[in-house]
Design a protein around this ligand. Structure first.
Ligand code: 5GP
Length: 178
């Protein structure tokens, strides 16, 4: 089993590059079928989803655009704590079919934030694609349409996901060794 060290932590391979690429192909096929004849705007969530978004989008065979938004956290007043703002919305999304591309859905708080933003923008429809889902951590009831892999509720890195900024370049997904 492959192991990597990132900063002070050791990680072991959870999902191989081959398994990831196979699954990305399957998801792309499904999206191509679901949206046949329609125009789609993909919305990638930075930073983590950049790799999944690139691999997936390459396999999309539709009239499609892609844009990226980023969650920027800043310190609010003491009563509100840290506020997460989604920045980078510069496409006109009104009446458009949207596929959100996420790296990982944990509690679902981020996803909920994104979906709320899209609803305000009067989009035609929203589908969610995530490479990874931690089902035992997910507390929201927003349906997730395309799931790469369901994983246990442990910290993972690789395939775009980082540990303190590092590990995003790994082609596999690794889980923290206790
Ligand atoms: P949620 O809002 O669903 O609780 O968390 C989603 C975000 O938390 C992800 O977009 C990601 O940035 C981060 N996250 C959640 N779980 C993990 C993990 O296991 N590893 C890494 N690197 N980031 C995670």
């Amino acid at each position: 089993m492959k192991e990597v060290r990132i900063l002070d932590k050791k990680f072991r391979e959870l999902i191989s590059e081959q398994a990831i690429q196979k699954r990305v192909g399957e998801i792309a096929l499904q999206i191509n079928r679901d949206f046949v004849g329609s125009e789609v705007i993909f919305v990638g969530i930075l930073n983590g989803a950049f790799m999944f978004a690139a691999d997936l989008f390459r396999k999309i065979d539709l009239t499609a655009r892609i844009t990226f938004v980023k969650l920027a956290s800043y310190q609010g007043t003491s009563s509100t704590g840290t506020i997460m703002e989604l920045i980078g919305w510069n496409e006109d999304l009104v009446n458009k079919n949207i596929v959100v591309i996420e790296d990982i859905v944990d509690t679902g708080a981020t996803l909920e934030r994104i979906v709320n933003e899209l609803v305000i923008r009067n989009v035609a429809g929203i589908k969610i694609a995530t490479m990874l889902l931690k089902p035992t951590a997910y507390t929201r009831d927003i349906p997730i349409d395309y799931i790469g892999f369901e994983i246990p509720n442990n910290f993972v890195v690789g395939y775009g996901l980082d540990y303190n900024g590092f590990g995003r370049n790994l082609s596999e997904v690794y889980t923290l060794v206790r």
